[in-house]
Design a protein around this ligand. Sequence first.
Ligand SMILES: [Zn+2]
Length: 51
Amino acid sequence: MSFDAEPLGRCPECGTEIAPDFLLIEYESGGRPTRFAECPDCRDVVHPSAD
Ligand SMILES: [Zn+2]
């Protein structure tokens, strides 16, 4: 694999790092990119935090 699989961020619920594979949708809201991803740990749809 030659692409860079950078994590999307962390789950705000449990702190698990969310891999790009779990990205559900990405869109811009008021000029800011917003992402929804499924947390592999909680199995919940969350906004991954960049920190
Ligand atoms: Zn989680």
